[in-house]
Design a protein around this ligand. Structure first.
Ligand code: PLP
Length: 386
């Protein structure tokens, strides 16, 4: 039965396989016995391999052991968890923060506590899968609106029957497209139509905004949007997620969010690592500056070669290809040239929008970027895209 399903997926170029890197995710990695340029990691600031971050994880392990031993509410809460929650709340300017084991778990846990079966959810069509699963789990009536289209949101809110609770759900920075949600418009619609707004800033946290506080800071809407979530596994180079918001909300979620209640607390090392990464993000703004200049060099290079690039402001640069088989061929060609940026296919992205999702980090050198551009040009020519 499984074989047949796999054969069918293979026929559509939709099977995936694990590839094991033999070094940590830096600007370059060891893969298949050679050094290749990595252009798909979300470790945007190189903090997963930063000596101070590694040192913090090692020290926490030595002091508290490898595992937390139980869920947070039983006996799994350790100083690194508490310190990280306080540091994140200070960074985000909210009363409180609650950690979750991952972004996926946070979205499954939080959304059903915001809205129930009687409610209406309006979600961006390109929301992350974990948001969609959280929305489904809530049992609410679930509608999608056109990508970044706040007038569509307004039309759907206008049609809502009175007294029906409503929740707008969006990524802050869209993970596969690299564009930003129209947060000021969504926040004012939420206010005008008495709806809640849930922003997932997994990719924005640490890199977007003048001080890296995220997409809310970029748009200047931190006061208007009283809570949001983000993750620790991307720019923070660790693992886990957080909800930043008012104290009563955090206390309610701590009592009711099932993926918080019924799971072992994250290891003290990952919380300590995220805490150290957060400190570096605040102390070393030049990392963000390097990220943006690298992003600009890569973006302009890809445009010059002849790829049609969407105008975004993020280090996520999708090269749209279309069908899954061509995207896979493109990625294989890149890999042969020493560049790793895999094909992203359905169900991660909508049908016929398969792509190479390129991400650049602060740690790439101009030589890495120029070498990568030569590989992209050659892959584009070999696959007939250029
Ligand atoms: C990566 C991502 C998640 C999942 O976070 P994990 O901590 O990796 O589980 C959730 N939402 C968005 C928008 C993401 O990009």
């Amino acid at each position: 039965m499984f074989q047949e399903k796999l054969r069918q997926m293979a026929g559509e170029s939709l099977t995936r396989r694990l590839r094991t890197l033999s070094s940590g995710t830096g600007a370059t990695v060891q893969f298949g016995g050679r050094s290749i340029i990595l252009l798909c990691s979300n470790d945007y600031l190189g903090l997963a391999i930063h000596p101070a971050v590694i040192q913090a994880a090692v020290r926490a392990t030595e002091q508290y052991g490898t595992g937390a031993g139980a869920s947070r509410l039983i006996c799994g809460t350790l100083p690194p968890h508490e310190e990280l929650e306080s540091a994140l709340a200070r960074f985000k300017g909210t009363e409180s923060v609650l950690l979750f084991g991952s972004g996926y778990l946070a979205n499954l846990g939080i959304i059903p506590r915001l809205i129930g079966r009687k409610g209406l959810i309006l979600a961006d069509r390109l929301c992350h899968a974990s948001l969609i699963d959280g929305c489904r789990l809530s049992g609410a009536d679930f509608r999608v609106y056109r990508h970044r289209d706040s007038s569509h949101v307004e039309a759907l809110l206008k049609r809502r029957s009175s007294n029906r609770p409503a929740l707008i759900v969006t990524d802050g920075l869209f993970s596969m497209d690299g564009d930003l949600a129209p947060l000021p418009e969504l926040a004012s619609l939420a206010k005008r139509y008495d709806a809640m707004l849930y922003v997932d800033d997994a990719h924005g946290t640490g890199i977007i905004g003048p001080t890296g506080r995220g997409t809310l800071e970029h748009f200047g809407v931190e006061q208007e949007i009283s809570f949001h979530m983000g993750t620790l596994g991307k720019a923070l180079g660790s693992s886990g997620a957080y909800l930043a918001g008012p104290r009563d909300m955090v206390e309610y979620l701590l009592n009711t969010a099932r993926p918080f209640l019924f799971t072992t607390a994250s290891p003290p090392s990952t919380a300590a690592a995220a805490g150290a990464a957060l400190a570096i993000i605040q102390q070393e703004p030049d990392r963000r500056a390097r990220l943006w200049s690298n992003r600009q060099r890569l973006f302009e290079g890809l445009q010059r070669i002849g790829f049609r690039m969407t105008e975004t402001i993020s280090p996520i640069l999708p090269i749209l290809i279309g069908d899954a088989a061509s995207a896979v061929a493109f990625a294989e060609h890149l890999l042969a040239q020493g560049v790793y940026a895999p094909a992203i296919r359905p169900p991660t992205v909508p049908d016929d929008t398969s792509r190479i999702r390129v991400t650049v980090t602060s740690e790439h050198t101009t030589d890495h970027i120029d070498a990568a551009l030569r590989a992209f040009e050659s892959a584009g020519q070999a696959t007939g895209l250029l």
